[in-house]
Design a protein around this ligand. Sequence first.
Ligand SMILES: C[S@@+](CC[C@H](N)C(=O)[O-])C[C@H]1O[C@@H](n2cnc3c(N)ncnc32)[C@H](O)[C@@H]1O
Length: 227
Amino acid sequence: MAHSVSDHLHVMIADYDRFIRTVIPHYETMRAVQLELLARCLPSDGRVIDLGGGTGALARAVAEKFPAACVEIWDTDPAMLEVAQERCAAFGDRVHLIERSFAEPLSACDAVVACIALHHVKDMAEKGKIYANVFRALRPGGIFANADCVMSETSAVRAASYEGWAKFMEEQGLSPAETQQQFAEWANEDYYPPLATELRLLAEAGFAEPDCFWRTAPFTVFGGVRS
Ligand SMILES: C[S@@+](CC[C@H](N)C(=O)[O-])C[C@H]1O[C@@H](n2cnc3c(N)ncnc32)[C@H](O)[C@@H]1O
């Protein structure tokens, strides 16, 4: 069954944009890092694919910053795409919405981005195939910039990351019980691999120099450039 954000996050889609900022630290900072990376790698009329682009916040930011670029949002949840459609209507055919899994092969493009979406892939062999699809789709010089959570498998480091994350959510108004309940529910559907695993998968997919571009643990922007 296709992923449904309203089931997964227990949030009405109309409230998603507010909610996500209360549960994901550095959400806006990661977007700024992705845009900065695109500014260095994307041709002015480049084509960008946003994997699991949801309500279109990143796609809109890309379309605004790069007025000749076009963006494709790939997402399996029609309710999220409906919001993206409204949000991005002003860009006309520069923003395309595609109801499709990010596990499908990608068409040729200049950049691939994703924001807190690929952690839904729990099987690392499957994730490796997605990264191989990304690598194959990118034109030479094209960048993959993925903003997501990565978790150390060293228990003390992991515990510190979860404590910091919980503190953030509680500062946004969630109770400690609500915070722990969210973590427990997400653990059923999501997996945050260690950064080393992500970089290894990217290297195996063909990226010569996979890298972490920004990090405040456990949130990270990582990826690579197709040389
Ligand atoms: C937490 S939301 C993030 C949305 C958006 N990128 C953002 O930054 O707000 C995760 C998104 O991934 C999408 N998703 C989950 N599994 C997917 C899949 N296999 N293919 C495409 N999209 C998927 C969900 O529908 C959802 O919109």
